[in-house]
Design a protein around this ligand. Structure first.
Ligand SMILES: Nc1ncnc2c1ncn2[C@@H]1O[C@H](COP(=O)(O)OP(=O)(O)OP(=O)(O)O)[C@@H](O)[C@H]1O
Length: 306
């Protein structure tokens, strides 16, 4: 699409995202952004390649259509291509859509071309270990976790015969089964932390690194405020026993985990997490690798529009 000011627009659609019907989303795109080019992702991570290609092909507005994982993929592609003046639009069409929560959605997708809606957005960055021990890097826009949540996430995504059968029967049931399996053997994990140069050693249940206050489809750790500009919000759930973990999870589901004695919250510019036994790392909803993981923030690195 060529917008009013002569700039080209492309939508990058993940056809497998979320619970909304794909046809409905594509009909809206055709009706409300009629001249936008539309590309579909074909495999996990394809959004990174398409985001990069969109910038190199000269598109000035790149619109991710899907969930937080798709937005994250496209943002990584756009940022890797190195053009920070490209606008990154987002049509929330995933399961959780946590990046868009708290931002009023457009009534008509054509409004995504309205530059008065643009917002300078901080971007999180994390360097971590791949399974083969090599180092990798990812930008993130919503959140990362290491600990109980990422261990459950890894258990759910493992391609085991049991998982395959359970996922075919019912996704929620498969998720609950992974959680139960992990919880049955769960013990607090010893981690070494470095927050803005301040080192500590702690037994934790989970560590969440937040760019937006929402996780897992609108849950919060007691605050719906995003971190201050230039900062990441680090929420540590300290080590508690198995029954304590269930109580903690219940408070998170009820939205009042902020007052739980095991919850510690702090805004930082940098964070490093290391554990004797590497913990899986979840970035914007996907398991990407393992600790050690070093986090930082790039202030106002992207222009986003929702
Ligand atoms: N064609 C595809 N087939 C399979 N997976 C894909 C495809 N295109 C993208 N993906 C992957 O799907 C994953 C999940 O997508 P996404 O996060 O958009 O949906 P969701 O999980 O429903 O939403 P949310 O993250 O908001 O819960 C992403 O990590 C992405 O890399």
């Amino acid at each position: 699409m060529v917008a009013d000011d002569g700039e080209r627009v492309v939508c990058i659609v993940n056809p497998t995202s979320g619970v909304q019907r794909r046809r409905m989303i594509e009909q809206r795109l055709a009706a409300e952004l009629p001249a936008a080019d539309c590309w579909r992702t074909r495999y996990p991570g394809h959004g990174i390649e398409l985001g990069r290609r969109a910038v190199l092909d000269g598109y000035r507005t790149v619109i991710a259509v899907g969930g937080d994982g798709t937005l994250s993929d496209v943002a990584n592609g756009v940022l890797e291509a190195g053009d920070e003046k490209v606008r990154l639009g987002y049509v929330p069409a995933g399961t959780c859509n946590d990046f868009a929560r708290g931002r009023a959605p457009v009534a008509n997708l054509g409004c995504l071309l309205d530059r008065t809606r643009d917002r300078e957005t901080d971007v999180g960055a994390v360097t971590f270990s791949r399974a083969d021990g090599t180092s990798a890097h990812r930008f993130f826009l919503a959140s990362c976790t290491a600990g109980l949540v990422s261990v459950i996430g890894r258990a759910f995504t493992e391609k085991t015969p049991v998982n395959r059968v359970l996922k075919r029967l019912n996704l929620q049931f498969a998720e609950a089964a992974s959680s139960a399996r992990v919880l049955a053997g769960w013990k607090p994990v010893e981690v070494r932390l470095d927050m803005d140069g301040e080192r500590s050693r702690q037994a934790v249940t989970n560590i969440a690194v937040l760019k937006v206050p929402y996780i897992a489809g609108g849950l919060t750790f007691g605050s719906a405020e995003p971190p201050e500009a230039g900062h990441l919000d680090v929420v540590q759930a300290l080590g508690v026993g198995r029954i304590g973990v269930i109580g903690l999870m219940w408070q998170v589901f009820r939205g009042n985990a902020g007052g739980h004695p095991a919850i510690r919250r702090r805004q930082v510019r940098t964070l490093r997490i290391d554990a004797d036994t590497p913990l899986p790392l979840e970035v914007d909803g996907e398991i990407v690798g393992y600790t050690p993981a070093a986090f930082s923030v790039h202030p106002s690195r992207l222009l986003t529009v929702v």
